[in-house]
Design a protein around this ligand. Structure first.
Ligand code: ARG
Length: 480
C-alpha cells in the first residue's frame, strides 16, 4: 500500500469516517459550516430505532453473528438512554464536531463496543438513513399535530355550545352585515381545522414506505430483507426506487404545506380576536395570564399571544418556500442541499404545535363581552337584508325588493330615524306589500330563525351541527 502523507490539521473533527481517502482532516471552519448535529440531534430516538431494526436485518442476512447483533443493540440502547438524559448545553463540551446525528451515534457506538461497531453501517448509507429518520419523525409529529388540532376543535365546540344564544354582527368587508350567533362564528374555525386535520391525516398515507435499504442511491448489495424491515418499523412496504428514495422530501414539504394552511387559519382567527379585544370592538376580554402589558403605558393589556400566532405564520410560510426552493434545482439523487430541510421542518413543528396549544387555552379562557356584542347585533340596519327577503316572500322580485329597502335605509340614515321603530304605515308608503307580520321578521331572533338550512346561523341549524359533530366524536371514540 502506498504510504500517504497526512497533513496534521488542528481540526476538531478528529477522525472522519472517510479518512482513508483523505490526506488531511477537515478544516475547523468547514466542520462548523457542514455540521447538522447542532439541530438534527432531535432525531436520535428515530435514528436509533432504525439502526436497531437494521442490525436485526443484518443478522438475519448472516452479516452479523448473534453475539455481534446483541452487542450492537445493547450499545445503541445505552446511547439512546444516555442521550435522553443529556442537555443540549452538554453538546458544547464535546471534543469533536460530529457531522450529523448519524456520525455522532456511530462514533459513540465505536467508543462503546469497539470495532464491531463498524459493522453497523453495512448495506446502509446516511442517505437512506436520514430519509428513514425523517419519515419516522414525521409520522410521530403528524400524529401529535392531529391530536392537538382535535383537542382545539373540541374546545371550540364546547365553547360554541354555551354561546348559541349570544349574538353579534357578522361582517363582510369588516362592515356590519347580518346578525349571527357567536356559536356560528366559533364553529367557522372548527370547519377550517377540520380541513387542516384531514390534510395531515391524508399525508400519513404517503408516509407508509420505508426508505432503509435504498443505500446511497442504487440499493444495497447484501440482499437485505427490506420487507421485514418495513414491517418491523411499522411501514407497509419498502420504497420502490432507490434513486427517488434518497432525495424524496415530499413528506417534509407536505407537512409544511399543511402547516402553512393551518397557520393561515389560526392567523385569521387571531386577527378576529385582536380586533375583538380592542377598545373599538370590546367583544372579548383576555385573561391577564394570557396577555402582556406595556413597559411604558400603564393602562395597556395587549393581545401579544394572538399577534405572535399571526406573526409566526410568516415564518411557517417562509419554511415552506425555503424547502420548495431548495428542492427545485436538485438533480437526482442525493445532494447535500437536502440537509437544509431540517431546521425549517423542526421549527415549523414547534411553532404550529405551540400555536395550537395557545389557541386552545384562549378558546377555553377568554371572556366574551356579550353585552357589547348584543348591542352591536341590535343595530336595525343588520336587518335590511331580511326586510328585502320579506318583500320577496310577498312576491316582489329580489332586485326590486333590494331597491325598496335601499330607499328605506337611506331615509332611516338620512333622518337619523331607525326604521325598526317605524309604524306600519311608513313602511307601506315605500311598498304596499308590507303587512303586520313584518314585525315578527324585523327582529334579531326572527332574522336568525329564517337561516334554518344546513350551514345557516339559525339556532336550530347550529344545534343540529353540534349534534352531528358530537355524534362523530362518539363514533371515533367507539372505533378507536
Ligand atoms: N446529514 C445529512 C442530511 O441531513 C445526511 C448525510 C448524508 N451526507 C452525505 N454526504 N451523503 O441530509
Amino acid at each position: 500500500m502506498p504510504e500517504k502523507k497526512k497533513k496534521v490539521n488542528k481540526s476538531q473533527w478528529e477522525s472522519a469516517a472517510w479518512e482513508g481517502r483523505f490526506t488531511e482532516a477537515a478544516d475547523p471552519d468547514a466542520a462548523v459550516f457542514t455540521t447538522s448535529f447542532t439541530f438534527d440531534r432531535v432525531l436520535f430516538p428515530y435514528d436509533i430505532e432504525g439502526s436497531i431494526i437494521h442490525t436485526e436485518g443484518l443478522a438475519r442476512a448472516g452479516l452479523l453473528t448473534d453475539k455481534e447483533k446483541k452487542t450492537l443493540i445493547k450499545g445503541l440502547k445505552e446511547i439512546a438512554a444516555e442521550m435522553e438524559k443529556e442537555r443540549p448545553a452538554d453538546l458544547a463540551k464535546q471534543p469533536v464536531i460530529d457531522e450529523d446525528i448519524h456520525m455522532h451515534i456511530e462514533r459513540r457506538l465505536l467508543e462503546k463496543v469497539g470495532e464491531v461497531g463498524g459493522k453497523l453501517h453495512t448495506g446502509r448509507s446516511r442517505n437512506d438513513q436520514i430519509a428513514t429518520d425523517l419519515k419516522l419523525f414525521l409520522r410521530a409529529e403528524t400524529g401529535r399535530t392531529i391530536e392537538l388540532i382535535a383537542t382545539l376543535q373540541k374546545s371550540l365546540v364546547l365553547r360554541a355550545e354555551t354561546e348559541i344564544e349570544t349574538f353579534l354582527p357578522g361582517y363582510t368587508h369588516l362592515q356590519r352585515a347580518q346578525p349571527v350567533s357567536l356559536a356560528h362564528h366559533l364553529l367557522a374555525y372548527h370547519e377550517m381545522l377540520k380541513r387542516d386535520k384531514s390534510r395531515f391525516e391524508d399525508s400519513l398515507k404517503r408516509l407508509s414506505e420505508l426508505p432503509l435499504g435504498a443505500g446511497a442511491l442504487a440499493g444495497n448489495s447484501f440482499g437485505l430483507d427490506r420487507k421485514s424491515n418495513a414491517k418491523a418499523l411499522g411501514f407497509s412496504a419498502p420504497t420502490a426506487n432507490s434513486l427517488d428514495t434518497v432525495c424524496d422530501r415530499d413528506a417534509v414539504t407536505e407537512y409544511l404545506a399543511a402547516a402553512s394552511m393551518l397557520m393561515m387559519h389560526l392567523s385569521r382567527w387571531s386577527e378576529d380576536w385582536i380586533l375583538w379585544a380592542s377598545s373599538e370592538f370590546q367583544y372579548l376580554d383576555l385573561p391577564d395570564r394570557l396577555s402582556t402589558g406595556s413597559s411604558m403605558m400603564p393602562q395597556k393589556k395587549n393581545p401579544d399571544l394572538l399577534e405572535l400566532i399571526r406573526g409566526k405564520t410568516g415564518r411557517v410560510y417562509g419554511s415552506l418556500i425555503s424547502i420548495l426552493t431548495m428542492m427545485k434545482g436538485l438533480p437526482l439523487s442525493y445532494n447535500r442541499d437536502l440537509q437544509e430541510d431540517k431546521e425549517p421542518l423542526f421549527d415549523t413543528v414547534t411553532t404550529i404545535q405551540g400555536a395550537l396549544r395557545i389557541m386552545k387555552r384562549l378558546t377555553d379562557e377568554v371572556t366574551f363581552q356579550k353585552d357589547h356584542m348584543t348591542e352591536a347585533a341590535s343595530d336595525g340596519l343588520l336587518l335590511a337584508t331580511d326586510l328585502a327577503d320579506y318583500l320577496v316572500t310577498k312576491g316582489l322580485p329580489f332586485r326590486q325588493a333590494h331597491k325598496v329597502v335601499g330607499q328605506i335605509v337611506f331615509q332611516s340614515i338620512d333622518k337619523k330615524d331607525p326604521f325598526e321603530t317605524w309604524p306600519l304605515d311608513v313602511f307601506q308608503s315605500f311598498s304596499p306589500l308590507f303587512e303586520k307580520d313584518l314585525f315578527e321578521r324585523l327582529s334579531l331572533k326572527g332574522a336568525l330563525s329564517k337561516k334554518s338550512g344546513i350551514g345557516g346561523t339559525s339556532l336550530k341549524s347550529i344545534r343540529a351541527e353540534i349534534k352531528k359533530i358530537k355524534k362523530q366524536w362518539r363514533e371515533i371514540k367507539s372505533k378507536g
